[in-house]
Every structure is written in C-alpha cells, then in structure tokens.
Write a new protein. Sequence first.
Length: 143
Amino acid sequence: MGEKQTTNLEKSEALLGYILSKLYEQGLRRLTITSDEFLQFDQQIDGDLILDVACWMQNEGLIYARLDYRTNRRARLRPIKYLRLDDLQLSSKGIHVLRHVKSQRTLIDFEPNGDASRASVDGYTKLGAAVGGLLGGVIKSVS
C-alpha cells in the first residue's frame, strides 16, 4: 500500500495552523511570511492555496493583512518564489480563537518554541482543524 494522499482540506488546515502559530509567536507585531518560509514548511506547497488560505483567514476575521483580490490575482501568475504575505497581524477574533483552542488542551502544543521548522505538520493540521471546527460550530449555532 502507498502513502495516504493528503487532501486539499488537510493541506489548508496545516497552512492555517502554520500561519497562526507564526502569528502567535509575534503577538500583535506585524509579520511578513516569504515563499522561502513556506517552502521550508512544505517543498510541494501550492502558491494558490497559500493565497486562498490567507484570504479565507482575512474574510473570517482571524487576521488583518494587506491582501486584495487584484494583488492576489497578479501573484497567481508568478512563480511561488515571488510570493509574500505582508503585514499579517492577529485580530481580536484571532486571539480569542487561539486562546480558546489552547485552553482545550486536547491538541499537541502548537508553540514551536521560536523555531517553526521544528513543529510538526501534524500539529499545524490539528490546530487548523480545531480553528476551522470552532468557527464552523459558531456559525452552526447561530443558524
């Protein structure tokens, strides 16, 4: 049997967790994440998926970022080596969600102790899934 194929949702959850853990380390300081950092995280990373995840995070109110559709559309036409996410910052909702997830203590620690490359992709995926599940649960309870 071969390796289990990773779904796009799992890749998205891992990226969500990766970005949030980097922001968690920074507190409220603005952060730029370059393509080199994403490529260290995953050599097969898809630049379109990175932009889609960042846009989703912004649309859900987890982060503030200098992202807009036109910029992202132009970025999609370039190789990943030119990809940068500039001026990322946690929103109050993002902080609240991270504190809630961290308080559950059902996840492995998502703080990479200053070195994001040491944290596992599995840990990032669990963090991303927990955040997505929390946001989905809130929406379900409201409707």
